[in-house]
Write a protein that binds this ligand. Sequence first.
Ligand code: TYD
Length: 212
Amino acid sequence: MSGVFITFEGGDGSGKTTQIMRLASALRDIGCEPLVLREPGGTIVGEGVRDILLDPRHEGLDAVAETLLFAASRAQLSATVIRPALETGRVVICDRYADSTVAYQGYGRGLDLATVRGVNEWATRGLVPDRTILLDIDPGEGIAAAAPAEADRLEREELAVHARVRAGYLELARAEPARWVVIERDRADAVWGSVRAALAPVLERAGLRLEQ
Ligand code: TYD
């Protein structure tokens, strides 16, 4: 496939949105219109699934049911939006993707990792990002940054779960260093410099060079 598939991962409040917006704007500056997506969501089906997942009334949602809902949203997004876009050579930026399910449902909630990976593989039909940026953040800080007063169901999960999610992400990154780049949360400007540097090689393969 001729496009470039970039994903951002990290704990809640890790600043993914800010970095994704900067990246999209830097790409537009050089005449490239990226496709920016978020998970769960990005399709009509996916946004419906997102509403179910984030609804505070669904406090008792079973972890396996939750995993399959994330996977359903992802299957729809990857089959009907991401793959077709990559086939036409576009840059696709996704705020969370399959690794979120391994980190949150696998490491965070303790579901069997091999099963979660298998579900992901099925949902994505094996589509893996070209580069994944992990914005690493201390879970305590992330929760504070995400405005606890308005926290949704998932954000109200205990800090211990978030610590496991963080450790899981770091393990995923260590296991696949060619795909992942881990960036420490710092000032937004410093983080952007690191994000740009991390993406330069994959963008260059598509003939794209971001301005300094
Ligand atoms: P969202 O409001 O998009 O949070 P964020 O800005 O941190 O991305 O909510 C997404 C929540 O869903 C977030 O807490 C992470 C969680 N999540 C999973 O648990 N598993 C998944 O597969 C995905 C995609 C997200």
